[in-house]
Design a protein around this ligand. Structure first.
Ligand code: MF3
Ligand code: CO
Length: 248
């Protein structure tokens, strides 16, 4: 069942979104060669707790950290550890926070130092696909209109999209209905309604669309070890479009 949120719930989700985005941006400001992903995790956790929030991912299905830190060919769910970033890496940071029981969830791919222009293009296309998808986020459209717009944009630019990872509804749970694929035919699935809250999160591969989960049962990599990127915002469907909740 897809829920719509009351004005009171939306206020709490705005605050959860603000804290989630503050944590993401603060981590982004600290990304540089030589810093470890566990240090980035501690930075995010402090921001969230100092703002009265709770890390959404910690202990979710046993996940051990505040952020997912996914470097280069790691697509999602990289567990923070002592690995140190180096010039030329790309790193996707995914972070969620709850506030008074309501969740926010957002992700961004950052460059470490300098990267070649083809790598920057992967990041640009993935980020832009999120906003191209969001242009379809309005009452009366079908859910899959968002999926279709993301998919078309990504494939047009020569990249691919894994089938097995998707966006999701969000609210009192980190993951709620509906599941939101990043590709597919337009005009299917539920109609979007004012008050729905959705986490839209395109994940894009430079190579083939297949993934593999490592033996820690979390880390998802591209099977061909090609580079990949991930951007995510939590949004509210409004009267005539959408509002980004994960913003400071
Ligand atoms: N943003 C991711 C998602 O929506 C993060 C989940 S990581 C987990 O699925 F640890 F919480 F599972
Ligand atoms: Co998410």
């Amino acid at each position: 069942m897809i829920t719509t949120k009351s004005e009171r719930e939306i206020e709490l989700m705005r605050e959860a979104g603000r804290i989630s985005n503050l944590a993401l941006k603060t981590v982004g400001d600290n990304i540089r060669p030589g810093i470890s992903t566990i240090t980035l995790d501690k930075i995010a956790e402090k921001v969230i707790r100092d703002n009265g929030g709770i890390p959404s991912f910690k202990d979710y299905n046993g996940y051990p950290a505040t952020i997912c830190a996914s470097i280069n060919h790691v697509l999602v769910h990289g567990i923070p550890n002592k690995t140190v970033l180096k010039n030329g890496d790309i790193i996707s940071i995914d972070v969620g926070a709850s506030y008074k029981g309501y969740h926010g969830d957002n992700a961004w791919t950052f460059v470490v130092g300098e990267v070649p222009i083809n790598v920057q293009k992967l990041l640009d296309v993935t980020r832009d696909s999120l906003f191209v998808g969001l242009q379809q986020a309005k009452p009366g459209n079908h859910l899959s209109d968002i999926s279709h717009a993301i998919g078309e944009y990504v494939y047009e630019h020569g990249f691919t999209i894994p089938f097995d990872y998707t966006g999701h509804g969000i609210g009192i749970h980190l993951h709620e209905d509906p599941t939101i694929p990043n590709q597919g035919e337009a005009g299917h699935g539920p109609l979007l309604k004012e008050g729905m809250t959705l986490a839209i999160e395109p994940m894009v591969h430079a190579g083939k669309p297949f993934t593999k989960v490592l033996s820690d049962n979390w880390t998802v990599i591209t099977k061909d070890r090609s580079l990949c990127a991930h951007y995510e915002h939590t949004v509210l469907i409004t009267k005539d479009g959408y509002e980004i909740l994960t913003k400071i």
